[in-house]
Design a protein around this ligand. Structure first.
Ligand SMILES: [Mn+2]
Length: 343
């Protein structure tokens, strides 16, 4: 199972690593689970594209709403985590079932007995999964090469050293996989990238839940969405962002809702939308974000706005290095340590 945002490397890693596990022991039943509702799959057009390219039938994939986790865990099933190494709040009570981890996020130090327990910084989790195929001497089919190779390209922005997410391992893996793909590296990357940014017809709530993670810190429930367009364009699509944020946060009982907007047109940039349910929390968070050098400047037409339902502010983020992966542990420090229920 990948992480709750169910981004491309989460979904591809669980399918590919699940396949590898099934090859190692034919008697074992392995079920890659996409940790989102089936209906939400269309919110990930890059996955729609790549799965089709690799010939994966959606009917063959299992989604969160189609599996009874309670029954599986009661029956003694083990959970293998890919693309995260700490269960999200919704799954935290299954901690004792975790038997394996393959991930590229900061090591949270959990599940010490997991086997394998592979946690290493790479651009994409799929690079770590591909290396396991290599170690076991399992050949890559064209479908696997497309899935894994395409995801490495997306996560490393076509292996760009300038963007800075690529590691030597990602390059090694790409050199093995890409020659097996029917498209050239640049074509494959361009197609996936184009699909990812094709958000025609998406509402603000769709955009917020498309790539969303929730963190329950000791005293604060915080949601962080990753959104693929600049705030200025978002405001053109939706004249009332504030209401959408208020409702989204209320539905999930959030104290804090952040939208980290990363976009490539015009040029790579980041914006940040900050919503807090109280002005006190907002001011405290903003002063912390300034202290950790996010280099925020208010978007021209939207300063801080306050109403009875909370406070919202829109910013350009001058520090392009700070992604959600990096911000989450920093927020954990602000809100003391993060303690999810049950973990
Ligand atoms: Mn990832």
């Amino acid at each position: 199972m990948g992480n709750e945002a169910a981004d491309l490397d989460s979904m591809v890693s669980s399918i590919a690593f699940g396949y590898l596990l099934s090859l190692q022991d034919a008697a074992r039943v392995v079920l890659p689970v996409m940790p989102i509702y089936r209906a939400d799959f269309v919110l990930r057009p890059e996955a729609v594209y790549l799965f089709e390219k690799a010939g994966i039938e959606l009917d063959d994939i299992v989604f969160f709403d189609e599996v009874d986790f309670d029954i599986l865990m009661e029956e003694g099933a083990g959970l293998v985590l890919v693309d995260h190494n700490k269960l999200g709040p919704e799954f935290a009570h299954y901690s004792s079932s975790v038997v394996g981890v393959v991930d590229h996020h900061k090591d949270e130090g959990l599940y010490g007995d997991a086997e394998p327990r592979i946690i290493q910084t790479t651009g994409s989790t799929t690079s770590l999964v591909a290396m396991e195929f290599e170690k076991k001497g399992v050949a890559f089919s064209e479908a696997l090469a497309v899935l894994l190779g395409g995801t490495v390209l997306l996560d490393t922005v076509n292996l760009s050293r300038k963007v800075g997410r690529v590691t030597d391992l990602d390059v090694t893996v790409a050199n093995i996989l890409l020659p097996l793909c029917p498209l050239s590296r640049d074509e494959l990357f361009a197609n996936i990238q184009q699909a990812k940014f094709d958000i025609r017809g998406f509402s603000t709530v769709d955009l917020l839940r498309k790539d969303y993670k929730e963190f329950h810190f000791t005293t604060v429930r915080c949601g962080i969405a990753s959104v693929v367009l600049p705030v200025s364009r978002w405001k053109q699509m939706d004249g009332d962002l504030f209401s959408a944020f208020v409702n989204f946060a209320a539905d999930r009982k959030l104290d804090v809702l952040l939208s980290m907007n990363a976009f490539r047109d015009p040029g790579f940039g980041r914006d940040l939308v900050v919503y807090c349910s109280t002005e006190k929390a907002y001011d405290a968070l903003l002063s912390y974000l300034h202290r950790i050098s996010l280099k925020l400047s208010p978007c021209e037409d939207v300063g801080k706005r306050v109403n009875t339902k909370g406070v919202i502010g829109c910013f350009h983020q001058g520090n392009l290095d700070i992604s959600r992966k990096k911000l989450q542990p920093l927020l954990a420090q602000l809100y003391s340590q993060n303690v999810s229920p049950g973990s």
